[in-house]
Design a protein around this ligand. Structure first.
Ligand code: C5P
Length: 209
């Protein structure tokens, strides 16, 4: 059975939590596509000693290994910024395209979260959900995650970082972050995790026959 759930939206809106819960509930495979860009970004920074070369980044993207994806530093703010820089490079996106497309249409169902899943990677997805939340709520949530490893980080810094990343992701020429025309909009600003997940489950159930 092929069944794809495409979850898109800005950073820290709740995409990952919702996607993982859907994958468990329906027994689908789950791909966090942001980790592909994060792994490429941190590796490109290392290779270039702080300077990212687009050709090198594209080559790294095409040769990612499981070890690259298992790195424990992928969730940092540095990795997030590096990811959004290399994510605007057409050759990097091209190198990651096929893997994601195949993953989306694998047998048994798949949930993918990212920025362009419903628009570019899998426009034929059976369910598309665009998850958003206010900037302030997203910054507070992300700050809570990041402050454990970096206590000196302020909510204001996280907010700036998120806005810079969202602006770059939405303004780029290739595969910009935007809701697909047929996506369900899910605003989690006022929702508990349980309620957001419940609404997403209902959306999937409506399409599963
Ligand atoms: O989702 P996450 O915050 O881990 O993504 C990190 C960055 O990777 C995003 O800010 C975005 O620039 C890029 N990305 C993308 N397309 C995707 C997933 C992530 O451009 N499908």
């Amino acid at each position: 059975m092929r069944f794809t759930v495409a979850i898109d939206g800005p950073a820290a809106a709740g995409k990952g939590t919702i996607s993982k819960a859907l994958a468990v509930k329906f027994g689908f495979a789950y791909l966090d596509t942001g980790s592909l860009y994060r792994a490429t970004g941190v590796k490109a920074l290392e290779v270039g000693r702080g300077v990212i070369d687009p050709a090198v980044a594209a080559q790294l993207a095409g040769n990612l290994s499981q070890t690259d994806l298992d790195r424990t530093d992928l969730r940092t703010d540095v990795a997030g910024q590096a990811a959004s820089k290399i994510a605007a490079m057409p050759d990097v996106r091209a190198a990651l395209l096929e893997f994601q497309k195949n993953y989306a249409r694998r047998d048994g169902g798949a949930v993918l979260d990212g920025r362009d899943i419903g628009t570019v990677i899998c426009p034929e997805a059976e369910v598309k959900i665009y998850v958003t939340a206010s900037d302030e709520i997203r910054a507070k949530r992300r700050h809570k995650e990041l402050a454990q490893a970096k206590p000196e980080l302020t909510v204001a810094q996280v907010l700036n970082d998120l806005r810079a990343r969202d602006d770059r992701d939405a303004a780029r020429d290739i595969a910009p972050m935007r809701p697909a025309d047929d996506a369900l909009l899910l605003d989690t600003t006022e929702l508990s995790i349980e309620e957001a997940v419940r609404q997403a489950i209902i959306a999937v159930q409506a399409h599963l026959k």
